[in-house]
Ligand binder design. Sequence first.
Ligand code: GDP
Length: 354
Amino acid sequence: MVVQDVSSKFRNLEHIISKLETLKTRLTVYEYTSGIIAGDRVVLGKAISLIESNLALDQQQASELIEKIIDKTGQSIRIGITGVPGVGKSTFIEAFGKHITDQKKKIAVLTIDPSSQLTKGSILGDKTRMDDLSKSELAFIRPTASGNTLGGVSNHTREAILLCEAAGFDVIIVETVGVGQSEVAVKSMVDFFLLLMLAGAGDELQGIKKGIMEMADAVVITKSDGDNMKHATEAQAEYQHALHLIPSSTSGWQPKVLTCSSLTKSGVLEIWEMVLKYQEQTHKSGFFTENRAQQNIAWFQEYFHYLLKSDFQRFGQLQKEMTDLEKKVANKKISVQNAGNQLLAFYHHAIKNF
Ligand code: GDP
């Protein structure tokens, strides 16, 4: 009994010491801000962990931090890259990133892995991805596990983009696996959306839905080298034709189809020049700025809906009301509109009596 008592006291003491150590090593908002603005990649990494944390204290610090750096953001070009596993995303980003760092420009790569939440594993691969690029002082590579709420996924990645911009990165790549879950979210946070495709694999095999093609500002046929070059050129013509059938987007940009080999580096320069051309053209037309403004408004609306939903979930008794109303709706005892209005009234009542 006494032994048990003493060991549990020790455990408590250990817990308190570890908490104190966390507090001691915790950076202040000022330290985060100045570290990021100085381009310190270690601090930037810690700051992204901070925004991804669910702890209340972290969330408060994270929102103060974003507020502090917000006027230092916006100067980068944000590029979304998607494609099925094996299409060559990481090899391409490595080659593309090297091309960018060779010009003394800074590149940040944020990878979103929709599988990580479910499997605790990663279909984007292990730590060795983009090994060479990660050694460059001008590069920052950060995998971000996608949360299971929309508010979480988009919110964290968008905030990570802002932190990278404040840290002076010129190019920000948001990479995701083209399996249909996160492309729409990524499209809503980037300026240019690049779809990587394999030659001759067939759309179905590649899991590419028409909607994703419609979102693309460019399609790049990967692995255009050796025996595969001929197939790649044929696929280029096919996709170019398919893209012509898609109604043109509000950007005024006609989507392009290019081929590329990350091994021989052929096509890499052309892809970068295409992105620069897009940037120049949409800056001139005003679309670039307008699109970012619209993206911010959509983010604000999405985040506010997320807040409302979380606020609703705060009231446990409303869950019961909701379940009761769901049963009534299912049995056609009550209309959907009536049920919705009743639940809203319960919610307002709960807030009033809070
Ligand atoms: P990811 O899953 O989309 O990130 O694909 P990876 O970049 O890991 O590439 C998948 C495989 O394709 C690897 O074995 C690469 O070596 C290979 N690969 C990638 N790019 C090329 C390329 O340009 N040419 C050739 N021949 N193979 C490539």
